[in-house]
Write a protein that binds this ligand. Structure first.
Ligand SMILES: NC(=O)c1ccc[n+]([C@@H]2O[C@H](COP(=O)([O-])OP(=O)(O)OC[C@H]3O[C@@H](n4cnc5c(N)ncnc54)[C@H](O)[C@@H]3O)[C@@H](O)[C@H]2O)c1
Length: 349
């Protein structure tokens, strides 16, 4: 029997509820495939920060390194801990230390879910560069508070960083319908984005079976709304990908359905799987958080671990659940009821 050690970091707010739900579903699906999953839980969160003065212990990264994957709920409780502290104390160090340079988010409508668009049939895989670009953190401020104050934020694009994310995009496109959309703004950003376009053209010679098209970010935003069905794999820099994936979450019905993976394609360290949404303080404790985004993220985790059959069981069960109308409308079904429906669908097969 194959077995995996999974680090669970439920985090803050609705995080513990949705991680508990996704874990039950993952165990049910894995059990059907004779796969054992062992959960090792870490209480790292804003509460942990208030108790200890840190979001995770000093050896937190080394502790996580020994796992096969990480399933995370949500991090952030702005009422007590500034977001800059919680984000920089937990999520970002993990993504960076484990070189999770590919942030992958699938955008499609689950059956029975109503999106805001007329188009119902689209299936987009957005890949966001996760370690450099506009979010490199390079820059500074001088003359603070003065009329001559200056703030500089430098976007950093390295050949290695751009090449590896594009290569990942080409590989994903090859496994799907063979179409890759690369997103830049090279008419306005004549250094970094022209560099990105050049590397795209160079790599495309290695992937003659992949049809690659370059779009400007503004045109891509419009296309995702007007003609999402024309897209397959979309690859973008850190900032552009961040914005496009929130748009992607919106067109697939909202944050309750948006799953994500932070992947180290080199598999030198564990990858991390998490819903796109945050800790949702406004609904915490009400038992109405939609667990489907986290359940979908758990399916992505099993797929990444090579357990495609267990992953497919989760996806089929989720689709059967939303097709029957459960979990499709915000606030109507309890977290527990949606989870039970997905598990029942797994058991029924
Ligand atoms: N990756 C992460 O851990 C992550 C991502 C985004 C925000 N955050 C943090 O979460 C905290 C709250 O942020 P926010 O309010 O801007 O964003 P949020 O995603 O927590 O909530 C935005 C809105 O969506 C709703 N929502 C979110 N998830 C839902 C779900 N599963 N089911 C039903 N409704 C859901 C919320 O009720 C809220 O109205 C902040 O501290 C923020 O920094 C963390």
């Amino acid at each position: 029997m194959k077995s995996y050690r999974i680090a669970l970091i439920p985090g803050d707010g609705i995080g513990p509820d949705v991680v508990a739900a996704a874990w039950q579903v993952a165990e049910a699906a894995a059990g059907k495939e004779n796969v054992a999953l062992a959960a090792i839980r870490y209480p790292w969160s804003c509460d942990y920060y208030l108790e200890t003065g840190a979001m995770m212990p000093p050896d937190g990264i080394e502790t996580l390194r020994g796992h096969d994957a990480i399933l995370l709920g949500a991090v952030g409780w702005p009422a007590t801990v500034p977001d800059s502290v919680s984000l920089h104390g937990l999520l970002l160090p993990i993504r960076k230390a484990f070189v999770q340079y590919a942030n992958v988010r699938p955008h499609r409508l689950l059956p029975g879910v109503e999106g805001p668009l007329k188009a119902e049939r689209f299936d987009i895989l957005c890949i966001r560069e996760n370690t450099e670009g506009e979010y490199s953190g390079a820059g500074g401020r001088v003359h603070q508070g003065g009329a001559n104050e200056v703030a500089v934020e430098t976007a950093i694009f390295t050949r290695a960083g751009v090449e590896r994310i594009l290569r990942f995009g080409f590989e994903q496109a090859r496994q799907r319908t063979g179409r890759l959309a690369s997103v830049t703004k090279s008419n306005a950003q004549k250094h970094s984005m022209v560099f990105w376009d050049e590397i795209t053209r160079q790599l495309s010679a290695e992937y003659p079976d992949v049809e690659v098209t370059s779009y400007h970010i503004d045109a891509m935003a419009a296309r995702m709304v007007m003609a999402p069905e024309s897209l397959d794999v979309v690859v973008a820099s850190n900032l552009f990908g961040d914005i496009l994936t929130d748009l992607g979450a919106a067109i697939q019905g909202g944050l309750g359905f948006a799953a994500s993976a932070n992947i180290d394609p080199g598999r030198t360290a564990p990858s991390m799987f998490e819903p796109v949404h945050g800790s949702a303080p406004d609904i915490m404790g009400k038992g109405i958080a939609n667990p489907l985004a986290t359940i979908w993220s758990a399916a992505m985790m099993l797929e990444h671990l090579g357990e495609g059959a267990a992953s497919a069981r989760i996806m089929r069960a989720m689709e059967a659940t939303t097709r029957s109308g459960i979990g499709t409308r915000f606030g109507r079904d309890a977290t527990g009821a949606i989870t039970e429906a997905v598990i029942e669908a797994i058991e029924r097969e």
